[in-house]
Design a protein around this ligand. Sequence first.
Ligand code: TXA
Ligand code: MG
Length: 331
Amino acid sequence: MPFRCYKQHMVEILNPTDDALIFLQSHFERGGIAAIPTETVYGLGGDATNPDAVIAIYQAKERPQFNPLISHYASLEMMEKDVLLDERARMVAQAFWPGPLTLILPKTAASRLADITTAGLPTAAVRMPRHPVTRQLLAHLPFPLAAPSANPSGRLSPTAAEHVAAMMGERIPYILDGGACEQGVESTILDVSGRQPALLRYGTISVDTLEAVVGPVLLPDDKHQPDAPKAPGMLLRHYAPSTPLRLSIESPHSGEALLGFGDTSKYSIYFGFEMNLSPSGDLVEASRNLFAYLHQLDARKPASIAVSPIPNHGLGIALNDRLKRAAEKEG
Ligand code: TXA
Ligand code: MG
């Protein structure tokens, strides 16, 4: 199978063959950028140690440079050159990597990460993704890949190569097609650079699961800890489709599209267009579908999108967090 699959806009979508990976390795070594698949969402990758590559990422996304990027590694040995892993960090790494978790750790004195990758902070966000294609790619690179989600800043994260092509097709040269993302929401972010571990972003790994490994974790919305660490990116409006969203709606208007969850027939008589995240009410299935369905409903350009109530426990917390941000007015 040829690796050069097809061209859409200026971008080329590449099949994940060995030839494509070799081609991309030298592209990244020359400071190029390309979209890569991960188990969470697609990332826009570039050499995390090369400031020019990283600047190209910020430019393609139109991302403010005070919002630092996550660096992706194939091994702990590589990671240890750039960040300090204490015993607690190793325990977490052992339990969740490779997988959908990002850790905030202090940079080492000899860290190779470009300052712009971490927006000048003394800490860095690092993770070891488990998507087989990207693991293979990373294993052959002598540097980590900085990769924010491959969407224009503030927009929905892409969970398929086609989403990246539609949003970023005029701005980037290549997309490595690794299929639909298995998880569908961005990684859980845990800050283990301070005394007490702090959750900075909800993801598919639940708080209970994290606490079983590291003990009590500060939560992002903890009113008693106003000084708890925060991720710069979580302060911004985020994850938004262009269509306005209305949340926890049981009776959608006519003319509005419905993003359903569970059995929606019990709520109201509704004849508009519906996509159901999970008719059986399964939160794992709903996470996988969330961004893809929002992309599809957005493309139909309804007046607004009504979203069914989603229970706020377990994975539902991450889903409601993304939806709340997506529903915020611009400004
Ligand atoms: O699942 C994911 O994490 C995806 C895939 C591609 O790996 N990436 C992703 O990256 O979601 P991005 O850039 O969209 O989100 C990274 C978040 C931002 O909110 C950023 O502010 C935060 O991580 N972050 C990065 N470095 C940080 C640091 N040193 N301290 C606190 N927060 C940091
Ligand atoms: Mg993002």
